[in-house]
Design a protein around this ligand. Structure first.
Ligand code: ZN
Length: 468
């Protein structure tokens, strides 16, 4: 049987490689993937069940020459390459099609971190966001996620590049080196062209201070360098700083706690900014994450970090505090909504005051707080949501392959204890139904009930890494 894409190539040759042929490309597996550059027409198609890049040149073409293909065929006297979506080919394509490279979004957009863990779901994410004005950070992986899923920053970026080609999405996508702690990882992400760096300061944050009694804390405070203390006290002590219609106050207790807790992060952030962010040849969305801590970030601590960044000339694109209440993976917010709102209003005002955006981590499924987040940020915000996307991908498996889904659930249970080393959850395994006993029409309970959702969320790495 003659594949439809061969007929399309005939039409392309007949039209003299007219890029507007797009309208006539509806017969293709991925109609929006048809693009023309450097005398070369190309598009994605399914060949024997695999996604392939099909390329044909009108005349001598560097792009065509650089695409590596194991397989070729002839259509109407022209050589056609049937190429794998390899790393090498992705690199070639990014050179000729700038929209396949990630871009920074800056301080004023509304963006969603989608974090396609499968490397398959980004085309769907792009369709979901179409027309919403929300900008997609398609690639969003932490080192922890890469390790758990046995992927690399290269192939995460490649999957995003191929997705925008497939969907013909030219409006710009982001790629986030999420929760990076080490300079060498930041370098890898930036060298590959990642457009966003989320710097995780948790290893420089002293989480023990909050629980310390006043006497011990004051004693420890005395051990800080005296000129550091004097400088900070002069600037903050007993001062009130307006932020919008609200204000933030520093008394002796809160200032001591903040300096002891966050003091060490300052030099670290400055070093990363000076070494990587400032000298980088293209704009970077630089995010500061102080959310992986034992206690919520107080408004004063948030203000302190923002103000110190400003003093040091560091331009943050966004900052992720740890908000009050619980932001556990894959389930809705746990806590008092009125308390959250009052706290969030101050954090949003601080971000506004300094000009960056708030970033909401573990944003997956926090449906009850989304309206509050929207209201106070007026849509100038970044929300990271990889967990929801992963679970919705599992819903597809559940509906299409119920027996396989039951196996996944059983496997997830066997790895739950291991996964809790990486994620803080309050999952009660006793509340989770035994998937193997559920009939097909009840199987989605596994994706609708909180405990089961958490089980399937935090074990994603084991599920994806087990190739059997
Ligand atoms: Zn985080």
């Amino acid at each position: 049987m003659k594949e439809q894409w061969r007929e399309f190539i005939s039409a392309m040759i007949d039209s003299g490689f007219d890029a507007k042929l797009q309208r006539a490309s509806a017969e293709l597996d991925y109609p929006a993937s048809f693009h023309v550059a450097d005398q070369c027409g190309l598009f994605l198609a399914r060949v024997n069940g695999e996604k392939r890049l099909i390329a044909v040149a009108q005349a001598e073409s560097k792009l065509f020459n650089e695409i590596q293909a194991q397989e070729t065929c002839m259509v109407d006297g022209k050589a056609v390459k049937i190429a794998e979506l390899s790393a090498q080919n992705a690199e070639v394509m990014r050179k000729f099609f700038p929209f396949m490279n990630p871009v920074a979004f800056g301080r004023n957009s509304f963006s969603l971190g989608l974090g396609d863990r499968l490397g398959l779901a980004s085309p769907g994410h792009l369709r979901c966001l179409a027309g919403s004005g929300i900008r997609p950070v398609l690639a969003q992986q932490s080192i922890r996620e890469l390790t758990l899923t046995e992927r690399t920053y290269n192939n995460v970026l490649d999957a995003a590049s191929w997705a925008v080609l497939q969907e013909g999405f030219h409006d710009g996508f982001g790629a986030d080196g999420d929760h990076l702690k080490r300079p060498e990882d930041i370098k890898i992400a930036l060298d590959l062209g990642y457009s966003m760096i989320t710097l995780d300061c948790s290893e420089k944050i002293d989480g023990s201070i909050a629980a310390m009694n006043a006497t011990d804390r004051t004693a420890k405070y005395q051990s800080l360098p005296v000129d550091f203390r004097t400088k900070m006290e002069h600037f903050y002590l007993d001062k009130t700083f307006p932020v919008g219609t609200l204000s933030v106050h520093f008394d002796r207790d809160s200032l001591q706690e903040i300096l002891l807790t966050y003091g060490e992060t300052l030099a670290f952030i400055q070093q990363i900014d000076a070494q990587f962010i400032k000298p980088h040849h293209q704009p970077i969305d630089f995010e500061l994450s102080i959310d992986e801590t034992a206690t919520p970030t107080t408004p004063a601590a948030h203000y302190f970090m923002a103000s110190e960044m400003e003093k040091a000339g560091i331009v943050l694109c966004s900052l992720a505090p740890r908000f009050i209440g619980e932001f556990q993976k894959a389930i809705d917010y746990i806590g008092d909504l009125a308390v959250f709102e009052a706290d969030f209003a101050v954090h949003a005002a601080i971000a506004d005051h300094f000009g960056y955006r708030l970033s909401i981590h573990s944003g997956s499924d926090k449906f009850s707080v989304f309206p509050i987040i929207g209201q106070y940020t007026k849509g100038r915000v970044h929300v990271k949501t990889a967990g929801t996307n992963w679970l919705e991908a599992l819903r597809v498996v559940c509906r299409q392959e119920p027996q396989f889904f039951r196996e996944l659930c059983l496997f997830a249970r066997s790895r739950f204890a291991d996964a809790t080393k990486f994620y803080h959850v309050t999952t009660d395994l006793a509340k989770i139904p035994a998937a193997q006993d559920l009939p097909d029409n009840e199987l989605e309970r596994m994706l609708n009930e909180p405990d089961a959702r958490q089980l399937l969320h935090i074990t994603y790495g084991y599920i994806l890494a087990d190739k059997n």
